[in-house]
Design a protein around this ligand. Structure first.
Ligand code: SF4
Length: 372
């Protein structure tokens, strides 16, 4: 939850050794540019941060942040601490790829104040990780999860993916069971979807990617939620589960609660509460602008009050906190709400309207259904 109302800080590390065929995040394989990227990120921070309230979350994502070597990650975190103010109790998260996990690396992160790690496993199944083009094997993913679990972090999370061609509910439940056996505080479970300009989108256009139909996807989603909440977790966002409210990702909740955040690095997005802006996506353009003393921002938009309200509903219905009753459009509200309640999409709890599990399946459509 948003404890302080302070903004979050995101850093995009735009390097991956190889490109996973489903991934649309910006990354390049040329790690020779890490030094230039690091200097540019710290320069960008020094341009953007003055005057900002303290941050209470720092999220280092990508890309593959665990590709950064000892000096670079140390330089990044120390450099940010020099330029930015952080709340005393800041959530510091780093994303890890299983094939980068070593005891030494985990100890380094702890010594730098990282208190949360997010392990991008996707699957423990050998065939599935091969299909997903991951650099690690299922066995490596298991070993990495074990090391992270023993790594002494206050909280760690595991990211998984379902809805793979031919994946049975049984095999998915096995993956979930295996992930839970390591005792994570957090699980993110994303359904495989075809995104933008990816190798999978090309395969899909050629009719060579056989993803589950909507009904199967919905069944897998329900299986996922029932299985994980059955182990005592809360399903706090469509794709995210936590061992309790204290274990939700404070940083990611900011995105869904419209709390301001600042993004540094190529392709990073920022939000001020009304204005949204984004950096140049390609590293080359990002470096060129900062080297030339100008801003890395490529574009921006200012949301109207109506847009802010609609987004607020859209994000709110993706989470277990829902939206406040008074935020729903007044005219005919009671009838529409009653209709959605009868159809099992929402529940009214005091002054909050919250999505049910079925409601999560239609999260993107609920704001329109409730306003129509
Ligand atoms: S999924 Fe992660 S490791 Fe794979 S290309 Fe995308 S950012 Fe890199």
């Amino acid at each position: 939850m948003n404890r302080t109302g302070y903004p979050g800080l995101y850093v995009h590390v735009p390097f991956c050794k190889t490109k996973c065929p489903y991934c649309d995040f910006y990354s390049i394989p040329e790690t020779g540019y890490v030094g230039e990227w690091l200097k540019a990120v710290l320069r960008e921070a020094s341009l953007c941060v003055p005057g900002s309230p303290p941050f209470d979350s720092l999220y280092i994502g990508g890309g593959t942040p665990s590709l950064l070597d000892h000096d670079d990650i140390e330089g990044l975190i120390a450099g940010l601490r020099d330029v930015c103010r952080f709340d005393d109790v800041t959530e510091v998260t780093i994303e890890l790829n299983p094939d980068d996990v070593t005891k030494e690396r985990l100890a380094l992160y702890r010594s730098l104040g990282v208190n949360r790690v997010s392990l991008g496993v996707q699957s423990f199944n050998e065939e599935e990780v091969r299909f997903l083009g991951r650099r690690h094997s299922g066995r490596q993913a298991q070993e990495a999860a074990r090391l992270v679990a023993e790594g002494g972090f206050a909280e760690f999370g595991i990211d998984l993916m379902y809805g793979l061609p031919g994946q049975s509910a049984r095999s998915w439940r096995q993956t979930l069971g295996q992930a839970l056996s390591y005792g994570p505080a957090h699980l993110s479970c994303y359904q495989l979807t075809v995104e933008g300009d990816t190798a999978f989108s090309r395969l899909s256009r050629e009719g060579r990617l056989d993803l589950p139909d909507d009904a199967t996807g919905a069944r897998l989603f329900l299986t996922t939620s029932q299985y994980i909440t059955g182990q005592g977790f809360i399903h706090y966002e469509v794709s995210n589960f936590a061992r309790g409210e204290g274990c939700v990702s404070r940083h990611n909740v900011k995105y869904w609660q419209h709390t301001p955040y600042l993004g540094l690095g190529p392709s990073a997005h920022s939000f001020s509460g009304r204005r949204r802006w984004w950096n140049h996506r390609r590293l080359e353009a990002y470096l060129r602008h900062l080297d030339g003393g100008s801003s890395a921002v490529e574009g921006s938009e200012t949301l109207s009050e109506e847009q802010v309200h609609l987004e607020h509903l859209l994000f709110g219905f993706r989470t277990m906190w829902g939206v406040e009753l008074k935020e729903l459009p007044g005219e005919g509200r009671a009838n529409r709400l009653e209709d959605l309640r009868r159809r099992g999409f929402v529940e009214v709890r005091g002054q909050q309207v919250v999505p049910t599990l079925t409601g999560y399946l239609f999260a993107d459509r609920l704001p329109l259904m409730i306003s129509a």
